[in-house]
Design a protein around this ligand. Structure first.
Ligand SMILES: Nc1nc2c(ncn2[C@@H]2O[C@H](COP(=O)(O)OP(=O)(O)OP(=O)(O)O)[C@@H](O)[C@H]2O)c(=O)[nH]1
Ligand SMILES: [Mg+2]
Length: 307
């Protein structure tokens, strides 16, 4: 359980003993905001949530609630859902399978291209293996493009995953043009009528100009169907900042939040979509095994969080 969920639990307990008075309502909203911020929800998002709560409380007939905890949660649920809902939510794997069905008969069918981005060590390569594993289970033929020609060992690391999952990999030489490797993988996939190409890219210690220029070039050359950012949930507020910075330079279709199992506070799950004006969180990484990738749905997440 994330510390955010634990915190909601303790707050509920505490508030259930309070009388519903104007003063206590304000205090409850203040405590809720503190809880959000302490668990890595960005200040901006916590402000947006509390502003909305204050407004809604004014129009709520408080008498019908048996205690303050029930009142706060009932008002907070639609507020949180509204704030963290993406403009478009979709199941990536299901959507890919559907798209391939539609073009099954076409002789000129092109593979679906997924580009994964992110700074150093967020979990890009592992997440690619997890996606390949899920797609393979759906009988999709997957090719991995080892476009991380920057970090030593990156090519071999992806090859190990490819072998374990049982998918093909197109590699490149270290120091060579990463976009060219991706281009080759797509050409190969086209000639073999493969279904999906997933491109592994290199990270950098932080977001910098080199990284952004390289990513923009790969995106231009490969014209991906899905551009997905992998952020590390343990990075807390910085995960949200990475999402908004990447989205501002390279339009994203989705975000995957890795390492949710590793004691992450969980606030990034609330901030990311708001900070990117609607980019969905598609999955959360919940471990190092290939099956440790779970679909994320914002509405369901909020309902469980407040329950
Ligand atoms: N606990 C946990 N560990 C994860 C998860 N996803 C990735 N990891 C671990 O995080 C570490 C880094 O993962 P990589 O996949 O190599 O990350 P990367 O973004 O490709 O790293 P670079 O290529 O160096 O930029 C590895 O030890 C992974 O096993 C997850 O969901 N949970
Ligand atoms: Mg990697």
């Amino acid at each position: 359980m994330s510390s955010l969920k634990k915190g909601v639990g303790s707050l509920k307990k505490k508030l259930s003993t309070y009388e519903i008075t104007e003063k206590n309502v304000q205090r409850a909203i203040r405590d809720f905001k503190r809880l959000l911020i302490a668990n890595d929800v960005s200040i901006e998002v916590a402000d947006a949530i509390t502003d909305d709560l204050v407004k809604k409380m004014k129009g709520t007939r408080t008498r019908r609630f048996s205690d303050l905890s029930k009142l706060l949660l009932e008002v907070a649920e639609p507020t949180l859902i509204k704030i963290i809902s993406p403009t478009k939510s979709f199941d990536l794997i299901e959507e890919i399978v559907e798209k391939r069905k539609e073009t099954e008969q076409s002789l000129t069918k092109k593979p679906i291209v997924i580009l994964l981005l992110g700074i150093n060590g967020t979990g890009k390569t592992t997440t690619i293996a997890k996606l390949a594993y899920l797609l393979k289970k759906k009988k999709m033929r997957v090719i991995l493009a080892a476009s991380d020609t920057f970090r030593s060992g990156a090519q071999e690391q992806l090859k190990i995953h490819a072998d374990k999952v049982g998918v093909k990999i197109i590699s490149g030489d270290y120091g060579s043009d990463s976009a060219a490797v991706a281009y080759d993988a797509i050409a190969h996939a086209k000639s073999k009528y493969a279904d999906v190409v997933i491109i592994d890219t290199s990270g950098r210690m932080a977001i910098n100009k080199d990284l952004m220029e390289e990513m923009k070039k790969i995106k231009r050359v490969t014209n991906p169907d899905y551009t997905i950012l992998v952020v590390d949930a343990l990075a807390g507020n910085d995960a949200t900042k990475q999402a908004s910075d990447f989205h501002a330079s390279i339009t994203l279709d989705g975000v995957i939040l890795s390492k949710m199992d590793a004691d992450a506070r969980g606030g990034a799950l609330i901030s990311v979509t708001h900070a990117t004006a609607g980019v969905p969180i598609l999955y959360i990484g919940t471990g190092q095994k290939y099956s440790n990738l779970e679909r994320f749905e914002s509405e369901e997440f909020i309902r469980k969080l407040l329950k």
